[in-house]
Design a protein around this ligand. Structure first.
Ligand code: NAP
Length: 347
């Protein structure tokens, strides 16, 4: 048990499903975080779509969470900074760590991209759940972090709380990866399973939205772009290649019919939105597409709310990992995990 602890001043950008669960963990697990890790987290900055507010002595996590759950907006809080973007606030704010969980925007990356740039330029470390900034600017952001000495952690961006990035970066030392395949999107996996069992597509999507699992713009899920973002992040971080979204051949699940699902089932197969990186002579072929696979294979058995990954390499054989994740709590826990890992090492 640690007798002294360090206070970490946090900025939370976005206060939706994920960050409300981060607030819940900070509220409920504060004693554990202090005792096991010697860290006390204090939320000195919070932003939603209405703007950004600062409180140098810290917003109380439970009160801030309830305020948002009851429909409150940051612009109504004491400490609200009118006409200030989160990125502008972060360019001067004294804080130790930024947690970014605003919606994915693949057109501009905003507001997340400017937030991450502003923090990293000043040497402030960042934890991301938002895939957009990494999918659009992985190399640039890592170069900024290297130049300023800041750290960037993003284990929550791929397969929720499944630590596939941690495993891929830390535990496959010296390996050559032949193939990396996965079911990376719980919303589409759930929809495909429900439609196969007779439920309507719209009904299944509505449940994923109600549970806070679907993207704010669910076209990102069903058109395959959320999965493609995750593949790009894995390609850069685990396969260590310089890949962009334009390098991925992408097809979503919108044209998968109940009939196609039934025919696949008759053949002993199941249709999954499969992300795949296959080694070629020049690098990797990257694709996201609905694919009929053996229903008894590892990925074929990733059903409903499960996501999974299969990694085949020369030194480590074939590895399989999966997670069952039906609410945003595990993703929030992954952000807290990243925050602790960064801040403990930062001492
Ligand atoms: N949900 C999951 O299970 C999950 C899993 C892995 C990764 N992620 C990623 O985590 C991120 C957040 O997901 P979520 O489910 O928490 O989303 P969400 O429920 O839609 O919440 C998004 C939050 O961002 C805020 N926001 C919107 N525009 C903003 C702006 N310009 N500046 C500052 N804040 C802004 C929203 O403000 P208002 O409150 O005012 O609307 C809201 O609080 C997304 O990038 C998502 O891809 C989510």
């Amino acid at each position: 048990m640690m007798s002294t602890f360090r206070t970490i001043d946090l900025a939370l950008i976005g206060l939706g499903a994920v960050h409300r669960n981060v607030l819940r963990i900070l509220e409920e697990r504060a004693p554990v975080l202090a005792q096991r890790h010697g860290l006390a987290f204090r939320v000195v900055c919070a932003a939603d779509s209405s703007g950004v507010a600062i409180n140098p002595s810290g917003f109380e996590p439970a009160a801030l969470r309830r305020f948002k759950e009851e429909g409150g907006r940051i612009c109504e809080l004491e400490g609200f900074l009118p006409s200030t973007t989160p990125a502008a606030a972060l360019s001067t704010l004294a804080c130790d760590l930024v947690l970014e969980a605003s919606p994915v925007n693949l057109a501009t990356g905003e507001p997340g991209l400017s937030v991450v740039r502003a923090a990293l330029r000043r040497g402030v470390s960042v934890v991301l759940a938002n895939k957009g900034p990494l999918a659009l600017a992985y190399r640039e952001l890592h170069a900024l972090a290297a130049a300023s000495g800041a750290k960037l952690a993003f284990s929550a961006t791929v397969c929720g709380a499944l630590p596939v990035i941690n495993i891929g970066r830390r535990d496959l030392i010296a390996a050559e990866i032949f193939s990396l395949r996965g079911v990376f999107n719980a919303t589409t996996n759930f929809i495909l399973a429900e439609v196969a069992s007779g439920r309507s597509y719209a009904d299944a999507l509505a449940e994923a939205q109600r549970r806070g699992i679907a993207e704010r713009d669910p076209r990102l899920d069903v058109e395959g772009w959320d999965t493609a973002c995750k593949l790009v992040i894995l390609a850069n971080s685990v396969l260590r290649i310089d890949a962009a979204l334009a390098d991925v051949s992408v097809q979503g699940i919108v044209d998968v019919t109940p009939k196609a699902l039934a025919q696949a089932a008759q053949r002993g197969e199941t249709i999954k939105l499969l992300a795949s990186a296959e080694r070629t002579q020049n690098g990797y072929a990257l694709s996201v597409r609905p694919t009929a696979i053996d229903a008894h294979s590892f990925l074929g058995q990733c059903s409903g709310w499960e996501m999974g990954v299969e990694i085949e390499s020369d030194l480590y054989g074939r590895m399989h990992y999966k997670i069952w994740e039906r609410e945003p709590l595990p993703t929030a826990a992954a952000m807290v995990r990243d925050a602790v890992n960064l801040m403990e090492k930062d001492e």
